[in-house]
Ligand binder design. Structure first.
Ligand SMILES: Nc1ncnc2c1ncn2[C@@H]1O[C@H](COP(=O)(O)OP(=O)(O)OP(=O)(O)O)[C@@H](O)[C@H]1O
Ligand SMILES: [Mg+2]
Length: 402
């Protein structure tokens, strides 16, 4: 039999077919998302148990009861037959702010900008960025979350459907086009009190076409400074601005790195992720060196933190496994950057994500204690870096005065 006589088993796929599949995929996603996030409209903030509040305040039960008696902690909502208490998130934040003020931004210090980046996809950037925002907010910090990834996963986790519910004018795109000069007024309230969001949507793909042509048309334009100045009004209003970036060295990601005081790079301890982390630093260093040499750019970070993410549990205790080997390689390569905390791979995190939720969205922490403890420790590690920076800013101010 000649090849031409072989009956065609499959139909060829033309552009119309691709378009119809993409429409079907979008409709299915919208439907699934709606179902997951019911009841309409979308997400509600978690209610916080008294055990969790005690943990956030770092007090034991007897001290906690004493503080309730004294009226320092509100009564909360008494629930169920065992008369346990629950607290609204906004009440928790207010209580933590009042009773643990030493963790707060000192008056006069600017809010910090932290970006989460890695050119490798799927390493846990969005999970970590949103957890950091929610964890810091539980400590009473006022947070602005900026989504710069056109895939808009962060926006989705905040209960918004990027393709259907985000207008271009709500994103950073007007700034990209040069229609506005600042991001004042752009962050919008979310279901989570104390976290405002600058959402993303697929419009942001356009930034990587528009910014290079804007740069070519106007050599005095500095695309890498696009966010830095525009964020100044936000640095007063928020204690921390957290930027989630796409898995590419895009124009917007570069501008985000340039606007940031701290950079957080999640890297799973896997050989291929280690290899791509070296490429990340290579490209990052090359870009910054070329801007320094050609445009006299200068940039310092207050801290850079590599966080081991999606760390698998050991199968055999006391025996070195592939995770240990890559961990030690990472520690050897980046001793000054490696953070203390590790984020374990956790079914609670992935199951929550399957319903467009986060670890901190779950009001019942049953089965999630280990993951919550690891994410809490990470949040505290970053908070310590913020406190260090704020302390040094204050010392500079005091030195300047004396
Ligand atoms: N600690 C974890 N435990 C279990 N699953 C996790 C964990 N961290 C992230 N994931 C899952 O891994 C997948 C990728 O995570 P995430 O979206 O945070 O990565 P990303 O780096 O932002 O990806 P992208 O580059 O596409 O933006 C998601 O399904 C997420 O739920
Ligand atoms: Mg992401």
């Amino acid at each position: 039999m000649l090849l031409k006589d072989v009956p065609l088993a499959r139909k060829s796929i033309d552009i119309d077919k691709v378009i119809s599949v993409s429409k079907r995929a979008r409709a299915t996603l919208l439907e699934v998302r709606d179902r997951m996030l019911e009841p309409h409209p979308r997400k509600t903030p978690p209610v916080i148990s008294s055990t969790r509040l005690m943990q956030l305040l770092d007090v034991d039960r007897s001290r906690f009861n004493y503080l309730i008696q004294k009226g320092e902690i509100p009564n909360g909502i008494i629930k169920g037959s065992n008369r346990g208490r629950e607290f609204l998130l906004a009440v928790v934040q207010d209580t933590v702010r009042r009773l643990v003020p030493e963790r707060l931004r000192p008056p006069g210090a600017p809010g910090m900008t932290l970006c989460v980046g890695n050119f490798k996809g799927g390493v846990g950037k969005t999970t970590l960025a949103v957890a950091l925002a929610q964890g810091l907010s539980l400590h009473g910090h006022k947070v602005c979350m900026m989504d710069l990834d056109p895939q808009a996963s962060t926006t989705t986790l905040f209960g918004k459907v990027p393709e259907a519910e985000v207008e271009e004018s709500e994103t950073v795109m007007p700034l990209v086009y040069g229609d506005v000069e600042t991001l004042a007024g752009v962050p919008q309230e979310t279901y989570w009190p104390g976290i405002d969001l600058i959402p993303s949507a697929p419009y942001l793909f356009g930034a990587d076409y528009f910014l290079p042509s804007r740069q070519a048309d106007d050599p005095s334009f500095e695309f890498w400074e696009l966010l830095n100045g525009a964020m100044d009004p936000l640095r007063d209003k928020y204690d921390v601005i957290i930027i989630d970036t796409p898995p590419t060295l895009s124009y917007l990601a570069t501008a985000a790195f340039m606007a940031s005081d701290g950079m957080i790079v999640p890297v799973p301890p896997e050989a291929l992720d280690y290899a791509s982390s070296t490429m990340f630093w290579g490209q990052f260093a090359e870009l910054f060196a070329s801007l320094r040499d050609s445009r006299k750019l200068s940039k310092t970070f207050d801290f850079v933190k590599i966080v081991l993410s999606k760390v698998k549990a050991k199968k055999v205790k006391d025996r070195m496994d592939a995770t240990d080997a890559t961990r030690s390689l990472l520690q050897h390569t980046y001793p000054e950057f490696i953070g203390r905390c590790e984020l374990p791979v956790s079914d609670v995190v992935s199951n929550a994500a399957a319903e467009f939720r986060t670890l901190y969205d779950l009001s019942s922490y049953a089965g999630s204690a280990k993951a919550v403890a690891a994410f809490d420790a990470f949040v505290e590690e970053i908070e310590l870096e913020m406190l260090e920076t704020w302390k040094s800013v204050q010392e500079e101010v005091t030195d300047g005065v004396s």
